[in-house]
Design a binder for this molecule. Structure first.
Ligand SMILES: [Zn+2]
Length: 138
């Protein structure tokens, strides 16, 4: 059952199921990935965990045609800066879409997917990616 060990290990973490970032208790700004210090409030603000909506839109993107080792099966693929409805930006791969059809402003939401396969160790890493939010598309 070796092949199930790693995905289970990752899936058991709450943070792998939910998009958990930080929110500053002082100014209310959300961040992802988590931060321990708010860049605006510094010491005045305390960070607490915040579950983010996982919905947003594409702010900017690039199509990767020559990927690094471990990502070759995905090429070409889209990496985008996504502006979440919560108000923060993050970088993620966008899946389930033709790279030619991606556009700035496209509505996207999180999905739980295989991130990378490490052929030498057999590890399969899971985590968040984004896909088009069909319900919000014209
Ligand atoms: Zn703050």
């Amino acid at each position: 059952m070796q092949e199930y060990a790693v995905p289970f290990h990752w899936r058991k973490f709450k943070e792998r199921y939910n998009l958990i970032g930080s929110r500053c208790t002082h100014c209310g700004k959300p961040f992802y990935p988590k931060r321990s210090i708010c860049p605006s409030c510094r010491r005045a603000g305390k960070m607490e965990d915040a579950k983010l909506s996982g919905k947003g839109k594409i702010f900017s993107y690039t199509v990767i045609r020559v990927p690094p080792s471990g990502f070759k099966i995905y090429a070409p693929y889209v990496v985008a800066i996504i502006e979440l409805d919560d108000g923060c930006k993050l970088v993620s791969q966008v899946v389930d879409v033709d790279p030619e059809k991606v556009e700035i402003g496209m509505a996207v939401k999180t999905c739980f997917r295989k991130i990378r396969e490490d052929n030498s160790s057999g590890l399969i890493l899971y985590g968040f990616k984004f896909k088009p939010d069909i319900g919000k598309m014209a």
